[in-house]
Design a protein around this ligand. Sequence first.
Ligand SMILES: [Zn+2]
Length: 447
Amino acid sequence: MPRSPPTPSFALRGALLTSIGDPFRDGLEGTRRYEGDGLLVVAGGVIVDAGPYVAVRRRLPPGTPVERLPRSTLLVPGFVDCHVHYAQLPVVASHGTQLLDWLDRYTFPAERAAAEPRHARRLASAFFDATLAAGTTTVASFCTVHPGSVDAFFGEARRRDVRAIGGKVLMDRHAPRGLADTAQRGYDESKALIARWHGRGRLGYAITPRFAPTSSPAQLAAAGALWREHPDCWVQSHLSESRQEVDRVRKLFPRARDYVDVYARAGLLGRRAIYGHGLHLSEREFAVLHASGTALAHCPTSNLFLGSGLFAWPRAKMPARPVRVGLGTDVGGGTSLSLLATLGEAYKVAQLGGTSLAPAQLFHLATRGGAQALDLDAHVGSLLPGMEADFVELDCEATPLLAQRVRHAEGIDDVLFALAVLGDERAVAATWVAGRCVHRRAAARQA
Ligand SMILES: [Zn+2]
């Protein structure tokens, strides 16, 4: 499929906010940049300049069109969803079960339906439309066990030119009929999909064992071997989501020291490996994640909805051995595709554990922090020269309640926090991908 020609140069003038460091590691001061009157310059799908209007205007190439954004707009980097299941879109908000029963009752039937290629394409199309409407411009998604579900996912991502990481689910035991592969078949199919999609445009392949309970040691070892052969691919899976699951892993892998050790033995830890959840980890497991550079995707709406547990922020970010953490919506277990809504729930989960996440930390998690967790921070996650031009126009007065709150805000932190707690898709006025506007909210203001 041919890609569109590069976009011409243009500039947007308005309030700009970007994370430029790591507020968990380096403190809140100096790790982000806010310009009340800023200018963002884009050429060929890339940010070529950004900063205070008065300074950047002087460097602006003559003839570059400048669009002035509404006063209520805040321009931020596109959001990064580090963990989601696009084929589970139809079962979001399904009632009544916790993780292992949830899989049997809702997840597996939904994923079985994705065997049909036209259905998978419809799902992928609806998924990308919805994520872009939510301001999310980078996703790491599980597909299903069917290679066609990966073709559907990457095909729709490529059509929109979004940064997308995805992979075929590997599952060779304790899986229902129609959703199981074998260690060899999973390896072969994944390898063929890597050849077909990895590194094409903005796409990246993730070797994707669902989680330890549904893969034999042989399949996990094959996944590890495949990663060694393709070290610039990603690995995504689940880790320590529910206590029942942790007990099952202990029985299935009696020789492993703990859950993290199951993945370590298979060679599945390291930079570019990202695991959903990590709610019931020991000190040893956190230390191994830190030392190996493995990232966690915190999925608060899912953890609350499925009653799985609370993410332990102080332990994950212990200064002596901080673990890289991004945010995931985890739809269908999660209840929203909006990273803004996810931020509000992340804040509440942290509060239940006695931690108050700062607005700058929340904002970082949804943008640059997610990009760091996916090892993509050299490309996306901040509004800096050289970055791909993925950004969002947030409407800080999108709803009457938000407008009321923001009117009384005392600075940008107040505005950010209001967006995190009260915001969702309604606050996304427009989404830009590689310098192209790919979504613009229909109504000027919604109740
Ligand atoms: Zn998940």
